[in-house]
Design a protein around this ligand. Structure first.
Ligand SMILES: [Zn+2]
Length: 191
């Protein structure tokens, strides 16, 4: 890692960690928050300016926080678990942006390019699908259904299409509004 920004990142991480070496220190951190700043006014702990996506990392051992830190620097931790969470959170915010651009006049399509297998599984893990009588009081039936329909080759039947629409409307959208508010300082979305 030869660039000066990498030394700044290494310094900031080690300073806030229990371990004194980079490879042990990076294991101590988890993602606890993410924000989108459309005006890109803040800079990363590495010195890189104009972050659009601002993450907060928290140290599991001493409770220290690193903020703001950008997605590029989180990738430098080279941890598969952080990378997959980062990817899922980025996909979730992109889905929220798509929904926001469509507004109340439309709805994001399952196969329109905004959903991925990982994102649907992330939503399942995050409890996006609430239990109700339509899913026999097991919300994950809806999560699994959405995944099956996403993976299905060829057209959905009319019945499947209607159910997909309803699950996106009644489970994905409320969850996505929460994602939007969490990442935009409580600001209400346009969807
Ligand atoms: Zn950075």
């Amino acid at each position: 890692m030869p660039e000066p920004s990498n030394y700044k990142l290494i310094g900031a991480v080690i300073e806030a960690s229990v371990a004194n070496d980079w490879y042990s220190a990076v294991r101590e951190w988890e993602i606890v928050d993410m924000e989108e700043d459309e005006r890109c006014e803040q800079g990363c702990v590495c010195g890189h300016e104009h972050l659009r996506y601002l993450f907060t990392l928290r140290n599991r051992l001493n409770g220290n926080e690193l903020y703001p830190i950008g997605n590029i620097c989180i990738k430098k931790f080279e941890r598969d678990d952080l990378d997959s969470e980062l990817r899922a959170r980025m996909q979730a915010i992109k889905l929220a942006q798509t929904a926001n651009a469509l507004g109340t006049g439309g709805q994001v399509e399952l196969k329109g390019g905004s959903f991925t297998r990982d994102l649907i599984n992330y939503m399942r893990d995050e409890g996006a699908f609430p239990d109700n009588k339509y899913n026999y009081w097991d919300g994950d039936n809806d999560g699994r259904f959405l995944l099956d329909m996403f993976n299905k080759r060829g057209d959905l039947t009319e019945r499947q299409g209607k159910k997909v629409y309803a699950v996106i409307r009644n489970a994905v959208y409320p969850w996505l509004r929460g994602v939007w508010r969490d990442t935009h300082n409580g600001q209400a979305p346009r969807f």
